[in-house]
Design a binder for this molecule. Structure first.
Ligand code: HEC
Ligand code: HEC
Length: 229
């Protein structure tokens, strides 16, 4: 079942690419969604990274991402604590080479070496996911989309990739549990509009485009209500 869904997603991507390819010149495809390749060298860089050094570097990040990576200061700053190391590493690399645009983060990422990014990523992955946010309304719609998806719209369950508890997955699937809802909503809208386009195979752009704004809000609250209890 899960595999069929994923195959459908991949086939959809291929069809979209082929159809677009007929009408648009190849220059439209010049920019890859990400330069990160999960080869042995990259995996080893993360595997043997130094989380103590990462912790030291993370001090400069704490004013926005919080101590230990749980961002409590502002709702539009993402929490990094408990994220799979590959997910954090990939996002930093994408900021650095401008495949994910954001002024502040680009400034920080350009100062970091690949080794620094791996150290930071491993450090954050060793911290607990953010505490579950209380007082959120969890709707049936959000639970259904997260756990069952919607066959009519070819939507796989979010849990297929992000995990049953929103804990994320190896290599590069971010955790969503305990994430700040307003960051979640903003970033889903940027996938929907295509402003954020660093997701390999368009996976999140396709999914976000199929969701209404109301569903995105409800999913943000659902995932915020997960996290460390
Ligand atoms: C001045 C505030 C600020 C500082 C300091 C800062 N960040 Fe960020 N960071 C942000 C904001 C805002 C975003 C969301 C940007 C976006 O929408 O793409 C972000 C996004 C990220 C993301 C992507 C998270 C995700 O869930 O996709 C990572 C990883 C990250 N920052 C790591 C770092 C690291 C490592 C440092 C320190 C070297 C740092 N940041 C310093 C504000 C900051
Ligand atoms: C086919 C696998 C897959 C499915 C299904 C999926 N996602 Fe994702 N999602 C990803 C990947 C991979 C990324 C990271 C993209 C990148 O590399 O920038 C991501 C990123 C995200 C982000 C950004 C996280 C951050 O910290 O910036 C959000 C929010 C998100 N997904 C929500 C959802 C929701 C809600 C659903 C269900 C409606 C869903 N995803 C279904 C694979 C998936």
């Amino acid at each position: 079942m899960k595999n069929t869904m994923l195959k459908t997603m991949k086939n959809t991507c291929t069809v979209v690419t082929v159809v677009l390819g007929l009408g648009i010149s190849s220059s439209a495809f010049a920019a890859a969604s990400s330069q990160v390749v999960w080869d042995k060298a990259t995996r080893d860089l993360i595997k043997f990274a130094d989380s103590e050094k990462g912790k030291q570097t993370a001090e400069v990040c704490s004013s926005c991402h919080g101590k230990d990576g749980t961002a409590t200061l502002a709702e539009n700053f993402p929490s990094l604590s408990g994220q799979p190391a590959g997910a954090t590493y990939k996002q930093l690399m994408d900021y650095k080479d401008n495949t994910r645009g954001h002024g502040i983060m680009q400034n920080f990422a350009t100062t970091l070496s690949r080794q620094d990014m791996a150290n930071l990523a491993v450090y954050y992955s060793q911290q607990s996911l953010p505490t579950a946010k209380t007082g959120k309304t969890v709707t049936e719609t959000a639970i259904r989309l997260a756990r069952k998806g919607d066959g009519d719209r070819l939507l796989p369950p979010c849990a297929t990739c992000h995990g049953d508890k929103g804990e994320g997955a190896t290599v590069d699937v971010p955790a969503l549990a305990g994430q700040n809802p307003s960051y979640f909503v903003t970033i889903m809208r940027t996938f929907k509009s295509g402003t954020r386009a660093n997701d390999i195979y368009n996976r999140m752009r396709i999914i976000a485009s199929a969701l209404s704004d109301q569903e995105i809000n409800e999913l943000a609250d659902y995932y915020a209500s997960l996290g460390t209890k």
